[in-house]
Design a protein around this ligand. Structure first.
Ligand code: CTP
Length: 424
C-alpha cells in the first residue's frame, strides 16, 4: 500500500484545496492530511484563520477524500509523522516548491501544481473589511494602526468626533474621558475597544456595558496582555492545579515617564500610575482569584494633589483562602515580574511580564521545573485586534476579559479616586 501525506491549514475550504487533495490521493492508496493547529499557525505568523481547527478538520473530513486526518502542532513534526506512519510520498502545492526537499531523505517528495486564482487569503479579504477608527493619544493610536496591518479583514479609517464612516473605534483618550467617549461611540452604533479602565467608576462601566449589550455592540478592554498566548496558557496552567492551590498572586508593573525619572511638566495630559498600570496589574489577580476579595488596603505616594496623580501605588488584597498584591508606578521603578504562589510550586514570569512570551513553573525539586515558550508578535496588540474583530463578526463577546473583570478593575480605580488610600 502506497501511503501519501500532505499538510495545510485548509481555512475556508475552497476548490484549490479539493483539487490538491484529489491529486494527492491519486498518488497512492491511502491519504493522510495534516491540518495545522491554531497555535502552530500563530508561530508561523498566520493569525487570521477565520475557522477554528475543529471547523477546518470537519470541512476536510466532509470531502471524503482523506483516509486519515492528523493535527500538525510543531516545527519538525513532518519528519516524525513520516517515520512513525511509514509514509511513501509527501506532497504539497507548488507554492512550496523546494521548501521540503530535505524530506527526500525519508520519502518521495512531490510538488503538485497549485490551482490558479483561488486562495484562503483572497477569500478572507474579499469579505468586506471592518473599518476601525482611532481616537486618543497619538503613540498608542499609531501602534494600534500599525498592528492592524497584520490582521486580515480589518482596515484603519480616519474618523471624526461623530465616528462617521467606521464600524468600530479604538479609544485611547485620557481615562477621565473614557466614559464620555465610549458612550458617544456606542450611541453612534460603533463597536468599541477601549484602553482600560473603561470608566472611572463601576457604575459608569456597568452603564456602558449595558448600553453596548442593548445595542448588540461589542465593548471590550484593550489590555494587550490578556490576549497573548503565554498569558492565556499561564492562566490555564495555574488553574489546573499543577502548582497546587493558589495562595498568592503578586504582580508589579512600573515605567518611568522619562529616563531620568523626572515626570516633566505636563502631568495633566499623562495617566497616573493607577490608571496606566492598574488594569494590567489587576488582571491576573482577578482572573485567578476572582473579584470577591474580603478587603483591600491601598498605599499611594501622591506627586500631584490637584491631579490626583500617584507616582506609586501598592495594593494588598485579602481573599478567603489567598492573598494578592500589586505595585504600580510611573515615578518609581521595580522589577516587573509576576509570581503565582501555589501549595506545590510557583509560576514565575520574568520582567516585563505583561509582554512576555515565556514563563517558568518551579518546584522544590528543581529537576521538575519546566519552561514554557510561546510566540508573541506586536506585544499582543495584534491578537487583541483579531479577538475584537472575531467578537464583532460572531456578535459574541470574547472570553479573554469578562464583564466581571472589567467592572472589578473600575471599582478599584473608583475607590482610589474616592481617596480610599493611605499615603507615604
Ligand atoms: N493549494 C493549491 N491551490 C490553491 C490553494 C492551495 O493547490 N489555489 C494547496 C497548497 O499548496 C497546500 C494546500 O492546498 O498544499 C493547503 O493550502 P493552504 O495553505 O491551507 O491554502 P491557501 O489557500 O494557500 O491559504 P493561504 O492563502 O492562507 O496561504
Amino acid at each position: 500500500m502506497v501511503k501519501v501525506i500532505t499538510y495545510g491549514t485548509y481555512d475556508l475550504l475552497h476548490y484549490g484545496h479539493i483539487r490538491l487533495l484529489e491529486r494527492a490521493k491519486a498518488l497512492g492508496d491511502y491519504l493522510i492530511v495534516g491540518i495545522t493547529s491554531d497555535d502552530y499557525d500563530k508561530t508561523r505568523g498566520k493569525i487570521n484563520n477565520q475557522q477554528s481547527l475543529m471547523e477546518r478538520i470537519a470541512a476536510v473530513k466532509e470531502t471524503g477524500i482523506a483516509d486519515e486526518i492528523l493535527v500538525e502542532e510543531y516545527e519538525g513534526q513532518k519528519i516524525d509523522d513520516i517515520r512513525r506512519l511509514s509514509i511513501d510520498i509527501f506532497t504539497v502545492g507548488s507554492d512550496w516548491e523546494g521548501c521540503f526537499d530535505y524530506l527526500n531523505e525519508y520519502c518521495k517528495v512531490i510538488y503538485l501544481p497549485r490551482t490558479e486564482g483561488v486562495s484562503s487569503s483572497e477569500i478572507r479579504t474579499e469579505k468586506r473589511k471592518l473599518a476601525i477608527g482611532t481616537v486618543g493619544e497619538n503613540s498608542l493610536c499609531q501602534k494600534f494602526i500599525r498592528e492592524m496591518q497584520y490582521v486580515n479583514g480589518v482596515e484603519h479609517k480616519e474618523c471624526n468626533q461623530d465616528f462617521l464612516g467606521v464600524d468600530a473605534v479604538y479609544i485611547a483618550t485620557h481615562p477621565d474621558k473614557h466614559y464620555e467617549d465610549v458612550g458617544r461611540a456606542l450611541r453612534a452604533g460603533k463597536h468599541v475597544i477601549c484602553e482600560s479602565p473603561i470608566a472611572r467608576s463601576e457604575a459608569d462601566c456597568q452603564e456602558l456595558l449595558t448600553l453596548a449589550r442593548d445595542n448588540r455592540l461589542i465593548l471590550i478592554d484593550a489590555i494587550k496582555t490578556a490576549y497573548s498566548t503565554a498569558y492565556s496558557r499561564l492562566l490555564v496552567l495555574a488553574k489546573s492545579g499543577k502548582i497546587g492551590e493558589i495562595v498568592s498572586v503578586d504582580s508589579v508593573c512600573t515605567s518611568l515617564e522619562d529616563k531620568a525619572g523626572e515626570m516633566g511638566v505636563e502631568l495633566s495630559s499623562k495617566q497616573n500610575s493607577i490608571c496606566a498600570w492598574g488594569p494590567t496589574a489587576l488582571l491576573p489577580i482577578f482572573q485567578l482569584l476572582g473579584s470577591n476579595y474580603k478587603s483591600k488596603s491601598v498605599i499611594s505616594k501622591i506627586i500631584d494633589e490637584s491631579l490626583n496623580f500617584d507616582g506609586f501605588t501598592k495594593i494588598d488584597f485579602l481573599y478567603e483562602k489567598s492573598v494578592a498584591s500589586l505595585k504600580v508606578g510611573k515615578a518609581a521603578k521595580a522589577e516587573g515580574e509576576l509570581i503565582i504562589t501555589g501549595t506545590k510550586g510557583y509560576i514565575y514570569v520574568p520582567a516585563p511580564w505583561w509582554k512576555t512570551d515565556y514563563f517558568e513553573v518551579r518546584f522544590e525539586d528543581q529537576t521538575k521545573n519546566k519552561r514554557y515558550f510561546y510566540q508573541l508578535d506586536g506585544e499582543g496588540i495584534r491578537y487583541e485586534i483579531v479577538a475584537f474583530a472575531k467578537s464583532i463578526e460572531s456578535q459574541k463577546k470574547n472570553l479573554y476579559i469578562s464583564d466581571e473583570t472589567s467592572l472589578s478593575i473600575c471599582k478599584v480605580i473608583e475607590d482610589y479616586y474616592k481617596g480610599e488610600y493611605s499615603r507615604i
